[in-house]
Structure formats: C-alpha cells, structure tokens
Design a protein around this ligand. Sequence first.
Ligand code: HEC
Ligand code: HEC
Length: 346
Amino acid sequence: MTRSLLAFCIWLVPLAILAAPNGKQLYTRHCSVCHNDNGMGGIGLPLNGEKIEHFPRDYVFKTIRLGREGRVMPAFGKLSDAQIDAIVDYVFSWKKTSERAEYSDQKITGNPKAGAELFARKCAACHGKDGKSNGLGTGVTTSRERKFKVVPPALNNPGFLASASDYWIYDTIQNGRRGTIMPPQKKLKLTDQQVKDIVSHIRSFEQSYQKHEALEEDQPTLVFDSPYDFDTTVHNLKQSLKGLNFRYFPDRYMEMGLAPDKEINKKQLSLRFCNFNQLYKLINIDPRLGIVLPCRITVVEQPDGAVKLYLINMKMAARLFNNTQLTEIAEQMHDSVMELIDEATL
Ligand code: HEC
Ligand code: HEC
C-alpha cells in the first residue's frame, strides 16, 4: 500500500465511526421519556435487569419498529434499520453476560383450548382474561398506590405478538420476570406441555384483533354553528353544563393577558368545565397522561354576527397517546360534550 493510500484509509476510519448512528443518543432522544435513562422504566416497562439477558435481538428490534398499538409504546417507523440496530446495541450494553439469547423460530403446537383454561386460572388475574392486561395504565407505578407496581403488559397486542416468537414466550413463562410479580413456571406448577398449551392460546389472540374504526371526524378542532346570538349561546351552554352535572370554572376571554383589559373582545369566550367523574378516571389511568383538562368550548361571534362553537376533538387528542383505556374515556367525554352542544344549540 502506498503511503498516501494508507493515510487515506486511516482518515476514512474515524469518518465511518462518525457516520454510524449513535445508539445512546438515539435512545435518549426516543426512549428515555418512557423507559428512563438507565432503563429503569416509567410510563414504559423496565428494560434493564435480568430480563434483558432473555431478550432476543429480533424481539427488541421488532418491538421498536412495530410498537404496541393501544399501549402507549409508539411504532418507530421513521428510524432506519441501522438506527434501530444502534439502539438495540445500546440497550444490550446493560447486559451482565455476553451470551446471546437465541430461540428456535419454530411454531409451538399445543392445545389452545386447554391453554385457554389454564390461562384463565394462572394468568388472567394479571394479564386479563382476554390478554389485554388487568392493570390500569402501563409501565411502572411511581406516583400512587395501584393494583400492580409494574403493570402487566398486554399479551393480545398485535405489536407484541408480531415481535415475540413462540419459544421466546415459552421461555418467558418458564423464567417469569425476576424482581417483578410475574411468577416462573415452577411457582405456577405448570408442566412443560401446559406451558405449550398456554403459548398456543396466546398465539390465538392474533385472530381477535380489534380493527380501529376510521375516525369520522379527523379534525383536531370541531366547529359547530349556534342558531342563537352570542349571549344566548353562552347562557344556554351554562344552563346545560349545570344540568349535565359539569362543574365549570370562571369565564375566560380569549384575549385575556394578550390585550389590555379594556380592549378585550368580549365576544370570544372560553367556557372551561369538567366532569369530575371522568377526570378522576382519566387521572387514575395515569396521572402522567393527565391532559387537555379542563374541557373547553370556545364561543366566538364572527364579524357577520354568526356564532360558532369550537372544541378540541378529544377522541383524536386521546388517540395520539396510543392508549386504549384513555381512548375509551376520551370517547365518553366526547359524547357528553356533544350532548352538551346539542342541548345548548337546539
Ligand atoms: C411513550 C412512551 C414510550 C416510548 C417513547 C417508548 N416506549 Fe417502549 N414501551 C412503552 C410501554 C408502555 C411498554 C409496555 C406496553 C404494555 O404495557 O403492553 C413498552 C414496551 C417496550 C418493550 C418491551 C419490554 C418487555 O418487557 O418485553 C421494549 C423492548 C421497548 N418498549 C423498547 C423501547 C425503545 C428501545 C424505545 C425507544 C426507541 C421505546 N421503547 C420507546 C412505552 C414507550
Ligand atoms: C402476578 C401477576 C402475573 C401473573 C400471575 C402472570 N404475569 Fe406475566 N407478567 C406480569 C408482569 C408484571 C410482567 C412485566 C414484568 C416486567 O417485565 O417488568 C409480565 C410479563 C409477561 C410476559 C412478557 C410480555 C412482554 O411484553 O414483555 C409474558 C409473555 C407473560 N407475562 C406471560 C404470562 C403468562 C402466560 C402467565 C400465566 C402462566 C403470566 N404471565 C402470569 C405479571 C404476571
């Protein structure tokens, strides 16, 4: 090799290192909010500890790529394969051993019917009778008393089932999750065949995926016309709020704080209210997700005198959080606000 070629190669090496994605940085940017800097968990499950010794590479890769729809864990569709690989390398740097966890990718043939019966007895108390988890919320509980300290993950989840091979699920049941309440096979007094039956049952959840119905109104803000003038509309809304058991907060003009008091447009009013029952349920799912509350309807008189009502599309806002329980409550909230608007504008 000529000297100049050698110099060129030496120059190339650091360049190649620079060009490789930085797993730690990517992890900090994309994962830390939920799994914590060190993988201790938070909104997301813990990723450190003994369990990662059992994580096959493919499982972690696919979990990042596919996410867990309806369970807060997002799908990272825009990261390149190389970036995801770098994140997996970084997560695996927490391993205590250098052994690779590898499992056969063969299918397990058990008896799903027997498995269903065993699942109901041995697993459903934590993972729910249909596999959708019996815990409210996700991840690790830090802020309050809950039924579970680590919320059992959903096992009927498309992202989970597409990432986990039969033999990896088998291994997980055999070992349990040390340091959490998830018991190992021995403690559950299951034979190997029974574990196989359970795996077949878990696999059968694939047949029962709920398809997301398309959102009828895919708008972040919903707009309604009021047949009444501004003052009557506001009066009607307040009456209906009382009637429907909403608590409401002092009026706020849209321009408060933005313009001198005298110049505030008094024909743009935000009515803020909440239904404590729904609020309570929401916060119970996860106080960290406590969002967009109190609810708000903004009443605006247009220059031509027409009065319009604006409100956040709560169904859509909730869906951004990718959590099925949250979506359910947002839908209830949405329905009661629609009832409110119907009543006030009838
Ligand atoms: C918005 C929160 C959130 C973000 C961001 C997030 N996760 Fe998750 N992750 C979760 C939740 C919640 C679960 C558990 C799902 C359940 O309870 O069913 C999870 C589960 C996982 C699992 C499965 C753990 C197990 O025990 O099998 C892995 C692996 C994982 N996440 C890795 C990552 C990585 C790597 C990133 C960044 C690229 C990431 N997650 C980003 C919330 C998140
Ligand atoms: C006492 C509660 C409890 C019982 C009973 C229980 N689990 Fe779990 N399971 C958990 C918790 C909590 C986790 C998550 C632990 C963690 O990773 O931090 C978990 C994790 C899992 C996982 C890994 C899923 C993932 O996303 O990483 C599988 C698979 C699983 N359990 C299957 C089962 C099966 C099958 C049974 C019955 C034979 C069962 N579990 C019984 C609480 C339980």
